[in-house]
Ligand binder design. Structure first.
Ligand code: F6P
Length: 376
């Protein structure tokens, strides 16, 4: 079940481990793709731990730094004025060796030698796989979502999403200006890995005439018809939003071919624009600073309360937690990527909960997509 914690919602979902120990020193790391707001989490972690008399060390470059013992001392002063900074002051990396036994052995040795009693790991699903393995190997670990993709099914929100979305809106508004001047169509590809959240919400927010995401079938001819009709009615500029995860039959990015077909079939001069990493930088928005601060504070309190192997999430505007393996398996279920045996460790009621949560997410995307269509 959701972990019962002061002010947390209680829902049916597996509880994490409970470990009774006295904490003197914890580590914090950021891993995977950086996200605006990660620094705000680091600040919240250091300040909350410090108030409880617990020292925090920063682990540089994610799990790579954990294996190498690459640490930096952090205190209340050293995290001053980082709440407004994008990127991550601890840097980040994707460490392949950490997936191997040799990598885990190195990390455990480093934790023992440096008296690290627990870890807060900030990132996406790859980060949580590492966090759950650390927990299972005796290092209490709490995960916290930091990714622009908003692609962790257990949580309504991941730190970094709002800032990235605002960057997309800013870029597309600029693209719209030049398209309006030239009477053009701009096809914009946005990040999100396999998830269409960024494309869908940014598409709505920028008045796109078409949105292409993996989660919902795309009717290309209907979109072509919409462009032809709108052009006949006097519209000069068109925005089409495409999620980077959508590929054509040859496995090439869908947006590039789509741009050519729009021009051929509508007569509207068209351009392709890949926003890529530009949306991952910048000063975090209010939404991200708040989510990061509240989640960072909660993560430390959980750890110091003896909890481990949990991921801090937000559902219906409340901070809640899930056991990390539950959250990772829920993601696989949502993405139809479950392998035989994946559900074996879960009870019937836990599997039922996963099915409900996956369906809530699917329905949310379908509803939003339908709303978008009715506004085009
Ligand atoms: O997960 C964040 C993300 O920015 C995805 O949207 C994107 O697919 C990926 O990371 C890009 O990774 P990299 O920065 O390693 O190119």
């Amino acid at each position: 079940m959701f972990l019962l914690y002061t002010g947390f919602t209680v829902v049916n979902c597996p509880e994490g481990m409970v470990i009774y120990m006295e904490f003197k020193k914890i580590g914090v790391l950021t891993s995977g793709g950086d996200a605006p707001g990660m620094n705000a989490v680091i600040r919240a972690v250091v300040r909350t731990a410090g108030k409880a008399g617990v020292e925090t060390v920063g682990i540089m470059e994610g799990y790579q730094g954990l294996m190498d013992g690459n640490f930096v001392e952090l205190n209340s002063e050293s995290v001053s004025n980082i709440i407004s900074k994008g990127g991550t002051m601890l840097y980040t990396a994707r460490a392949a060796e950490f997936k191997e036994k040799s990598g885990m052995d190195k990390a455990l040795k480093v934790c023992r030698e440096n008296n690290i009693d627990g870890i807060i790991a900030i990132g996406g699903d790859g980060t949580f796989r590492g966090a759950t393995e650390l927990s299972e190997n005796g290092i209490p670990t709490i995960g916290l979502t930091g990714t622009i993709d908003n692609d962790i099914t257990a949580t309504d929100y991941t730190v970094g999403f709002d800032t990235a979305m605002n960057a997309v809106i800013d870029c597309v508004d600029r693209l719209r200006d030049t398209c309006e001047s030239h009477a053009r169509c701009i096809v914009v590809e946005v990040m999100g890995r396999d998830a269409g959240y960024i494309a869908l919400q940014a598409g709505i927010a920028t008045g796109a005439i078409g949105i292409v995401i993996k989660e919902v079938p795309f009717d290309e001819s209907a979109m072509i018809e919409r462009i032809i009709k709108s052009k006949a009615e006097g519209r000069r500029s068109f925005v089409v939003m495409v999620a980077e995860g959508v590929k054509d039959a040859e496995g090439k990015p869908y947006g590039e071919g789509l741009t050519l077909r729009i021009e051929q079939n509508t007569g509207v001069e068209s351009r392709f624009n890949r926003l890529a990493h530009i949306i991952r930088g910048g000063s975090p928005t209010l939404r991200d600073r708040l989510a990061a601060s509240m989640m960072g504070e909660a993560a430390v309190k959980l750890l110091l309360d003896g909890k481990s192997n949990l991921v801090v999430c937000e559902r219906n505007a409340k901070i809640v937690t899930f056991e990390i393996n539950f959250a990772l398996t829920l993601d696989k279920m949502y993405k139809n990527k479950l392998k035989p045996g994946d559900l074996d460790r879960f009870s019937h009621s836990e599997i039922k909960d996963m099915e409900v949560l996956a369906e809530i997410r699917r329905q949310e995307i379908r509803d939003m997509y339908n709303a978008a269509l009715s506004l085009m």
